[in-house]
Design a protein around this ligand. Structure first.
Ligand code: AP5
Length: 229
């Protein structure tokens, strides 16, 4: 957590909703630092499972490479296990979960067991046309996970991570034009209905995610400060 960070209550649960490339991961990492919350990215958890060749990882690998959604059972089990970790008591930012109404219902039940609820489900609104450009220019530090973009967020020294100094930069296997189209289709068919879902529960907020990274971060921080006050 950076100096002067604001600390929220232990029960804070934020959801970042948005299509691939909306900036969920970028903003979740910034909110993590500002508010002392823990980012839970089901995409990252699944990629770890794939790398570790667990049963869940073996089942998820081909599905992820195709751009479709991994089965609800696998993702819910992975998230449930991660939520048991002690660091999650600080409060969490869910990045990429839930992505279906089945997952949203499962999350509500999991939180109810813990006496928690969703503070805010924040829809990061973006145009589909911007997504391919954002995703095709993305790379990530393999050591600390910091995310970059060839044009929009280059590292200060080419090939070197600003945060940890590593030169181990990686590009994701599913960040190609063909898979991005499939990922966008999956978003519109299965995840976009969650905007209405959270509108009905009263938890929905919306952010214009077409702006510059720092401006979105500032708007999000104000929103999160309000819902966690
Ligand atoms: P996941 O890893 O969650 O990928 P995603 O949802 O497709 O989202 P991305 O990580 O691609 O985008 P992002 O919104 O985080 O954008 P980022 O901040 O990196 O999921 C991968 C796969 O795992 C899925 O396809 C599915 O198979 C499976 N999966 C995961 N969760 C699942 C679930 N719950 N259920 C079922 N299956 C699941 O930004 C992108 C780039 O743009 C970066 O380079 C960044 O620097 C740049 N950028 C960010 N903001 C801006 C801005 N405002 N202006 C300009 N550039 C920007």
């Amino acid at each position: 957590m950076m100096d002067g960070a604001t600390t929220t209550t232990a029960a804070t649960v934020l959801i970042l909703l948005g299509p691939p490339g909306a900036g969920k991961g970028t903003q979740a990492r910034m909110l993590e630092e500002t508010f002392g919350l823990v980012q839970l990215s089901t995409g990252d958890l699944l990629r770890e499972a794939v790398a570790a060749r667990t049963d869940a990882g073996k089942a998820a690998k081909a599905v992820m490479e195709s751009g479709k959604l991994v089965s609800d059972d696998i993702v819910i089990a992975i998230l449930r296990d991660r939520l048991e970790d002690p660091d999650c008591a600080k409060g969490v930012i869910l990045d990429g979960f839930p992505r279906t109404t089945v997952q949203a219902d499962a999350l509500a039940a999991l939180l109810k067991e813990r006496g928690q609820s969703v503070n805010a489900a924040i829809s990061m609104d973006v145009d589909d046309a911007a997504m391919v450009e954002r995703i095709s220019g993305r790379f990530t530090c393999g050591h600390c996970g910091e995310g970059y973009h060839d044009t929009f967020k280059p590292s200060a020294t080419s090939g070197i991570c600003d945060k940890c100094g590593s030169s181990d930069m990686k590009r994701r296997a599913d960040d190609n034009a063909e898979t991005v189209v499939q990922r966008l289709e999956a978003y519109h068919a299965q995840t976009a209905p969650l905007i209405t879902y959270y509108e009905r529960t009263g938890a929905l907020s919306r952010i214009d995610a077409m702006k510059a990274i720092e401006e979105i971060a500032s708007n999000l921080s104000q929103l999160v400060a309000k819902v966690t006050a």
